[in-house]
Design a protein around this ligand. Sequence first.
Ligand code: ARG
Length: 463
Amino acid sequence: MSDKSSNQMWGGRFAAGNSDIMQAINASIDFDQRMAAQDIAGSRAHAAMLGATGIVTPNEAEAMREGLLTVLSEIETGKFPFSKELEDIHMNVEARLKEVIGEPAGRLHTGRSRNDQVATDFKLWVRDQFDAVDAALVRLMQAFLGQAEAGADWVMPGFTHLQVAQPVTWGHHMMAYVEMLARDRSRFADARARMNTSPLGSAALAGTGFPIDRDMTAKALGFDRPTANSLDAVSDRDFALEFLSCASICAMHLSRFAEELVIWSTAQFNFVRISDEWSTGSSIMPQKRNPDAAELLRSKIGRIFGANVALMTVMKGLPLAYSKDMQEDKEQVFDAADNLMLSLAVMDGMVRDMTANVEALEAAAATGFSTATDLADWLVRELNLPFRDAHHVTGALVAMAEKQGCDLPDLTLAQMKSVHDQITDDVFGVLGVHNSVASRTSFGGTAPSEVRKQIAAWKEILE
Ligand code: ARG
């Protein structure tokens, strides 16, 4: 098929090179060059270890380490000649090192393989993402905390089935997202703790006969310890899958608030105004303000979840140990990480900039007989009715109000008494939305006093 000469890195047993189409499916350099810094860090740790253990001379080790820095600076300044023929970042770097330092470069790959090398590089890359996501989550939690603090006692409707259910406070609603994001942080942190082991030195799959020091390379790269089974180490992508599944859940949370923003910013709801920075106009309808950023956030979950499913599918049928299928791990994770980071930044901006329409929230909070449960509770508390009976009486009062086209507080005492004659004037005290929320002081409830406690506790945690 091809008259190209065989691959300079592994072509010893080959007479000819790959066809162009083979190169197109085989080469990963177009995307795995994103791991250049990690590849070079891994190689520098490996070179130092080869020198320290006497597998290469100290001079050779030093030449490799210095040369790798030169290669890194070429990559960072855009001067590096990436080559598709050299397939991936590992062979591109090693081939260039050979040009820069000559013969010692040929000893760098002693006691390792691209299989442990790629697992190491990718772990280092994903580990950085765990850290970046954590910092972004903290910022976003602070943004929600800011909103919660501003409106700890603003009342708004709480919904179930997207039907008005009971009044809640704006602060309480914002703090619900703080809780979700806190669980996200904790999930990412668990996964990060589990993944921080070094595959380097597992070699192709079976370990190596060279007297390498895996603790030394693990330590140099910030890993807790070396992986304990070389077969597992080169074929494990759980760390990437855990990142993707944590990312999927986190993006799902962002998507839920994005959906609320889309609904809340409609003319019909008019609960919030998304700032100009995060809205777009229509090219034909001059009056429009579209919540495009929120809509895009809502859709990002699709590709992040897609990446999770894609990599699960790649991995599910692979016998031990490494198979080339695993090269398909990177683009999915790169894309998911990029889009999660972008989504977190966008959500942060929108949350900080959005303005709640406090009057509209309060007016909506009173609709839909939202204090009916307060009325039933009052009947239980003051008249000692069993809750079931109180529920029934309240239902009758709601039906009466509905028939007259008014809200519960608009009924007269006489009308109330016609349903249950022991009802007194006091009942009107619990029918207002502010009284309603103020009364819900159970731990985790919507009362402003409770919400303020939660805000204070989270502020301390995040400081
Ligand atoms: N480019 C490969 C990857 O991303 C590197 C490992 C190749 N190993 C091999 N035995 N062909 O997975």
